[in-house]
Design a binder for this molecule. Structure first.
Ligand SMILES: C[S@@+](CC[C@H](N)C(=O)[O-])C[C@H]1O[C@@H](n2cnc3c(N)ncnc32)[C@H](O)[C@@H]1O
Length: 242
């Protein structure tokens, strides 16, 4: 399992946590995403953290849902997973290597249906042609009525968010990654992948077209306003459910 993006994450894994620590708001935004999932699935007991990376988003799920929740973190990068596994976790947390779009072989080990899926900074890394299949697969692994929260940098058409994103990523993020020994290729990929990613309305439309219902979009306050977006959606209840 090795494509270019995965290799960039493998090579950047050692410095990934340091760089997110230097990003003001990163962990607050993960908490915000986890809270959005909890609002939609307040009684959730089994969760997936898709694209869990080094476990920061998994930690946000535990802060919000409590230590007894069952969380399976899934990630394509062995290097990022090694960072996650090296941390201390309650017994309900496990990490497995796998890809968005191929969850069946992984979720077989879960005893209960998946009530909620968090995917922070994942779908931008999934190639455009693989994004709808990955969303369909995500939907198929949610229990009916279960919720998905996807959080990512997604630029609308206006020039300002695009200019702010380019200024911050070229003027701050890339130099910071370079001086702290991070993998510069990963942060070049970060800049480019955001420029090339769906606009918020296009990603929301994908969610609708792949079968999700109740799709909502929100952004955050601060400089990431209109840049960082949260998408919340549900797997519809099947006929016969209340
Ligand atoms: C930017 S990191 C985010 C990690 C974590 N969710 C967080 O918020 O800190 C994105 C993660 O997605 C993983 N990833 C990228 N493409 C993937 C795919 N197709 N399937 C599974 N994981 C993928 C990468 O290996 C990386 O660890």
């Amino acid at each position: 399992m090795s494509d270019r993006v995965t290799r960039d994450f493998d090579a950047g894994a050692a410095r990934y946590d340091l760089l997110t620590q230097l990003n003001p708001g990163y962990h607050d935004h993960l908490d915000r995403a986890a809270r959005a999932l909890a609002e939609a699935a307040p009684r959730a007991r089994t969760l997936l953290d898709l694209g869990c990376g080094s476990g920061s988003s998994t930690r946000a799920l535990l802060r919000v849902f409590g230590p007894d929740v069952r969380v399976m973190g899934v990630d394509a990068s062995a290097g990022m997973l090694a960072r996650a596994r090296a941390k201390r976790w309650p017994p309900g947390v496990t990490f497995v290597q796998g890809r968005a779009g191929s969850l069946s072989e992984l979720t077989a080990e879960l005893d209960d249906p998946v009530d909620g899926i968090l995917a922070c900074y994942l779908f931008r890394n999934v190639p455009a042609e693989a994004r709808n299949p990955a969303l369909r697969d995500t939907l198929a692994h949610l229990a009916p009525g279960g919720a998905l929260v996807a959080q990512d940098y997604a630029l609308p058409g206006q020039a300002l968010p695009r200019a702010v994103w380019t200024a911050v990523s070229r003027g701050i993020v890339l130099p910071l990654a370079t001086v702290t020994g991070g993998n510069p290729d990963l942060y070049r990929h970060l800049h480019r992948s955001v420029i090339e990613f769906d606009s918020p309305s296009v990603f929301a439309d994908r969610l609708v077209r792949t079968g999700f219902s109740g799709v909502e979009i929100a952004t955050v306050p601060g400089w990431q306003h209109d840049i960082l977006h949260l998408f919340r959606a549900r797997r519809p209840l099947e006929r016969g459910h209340a």
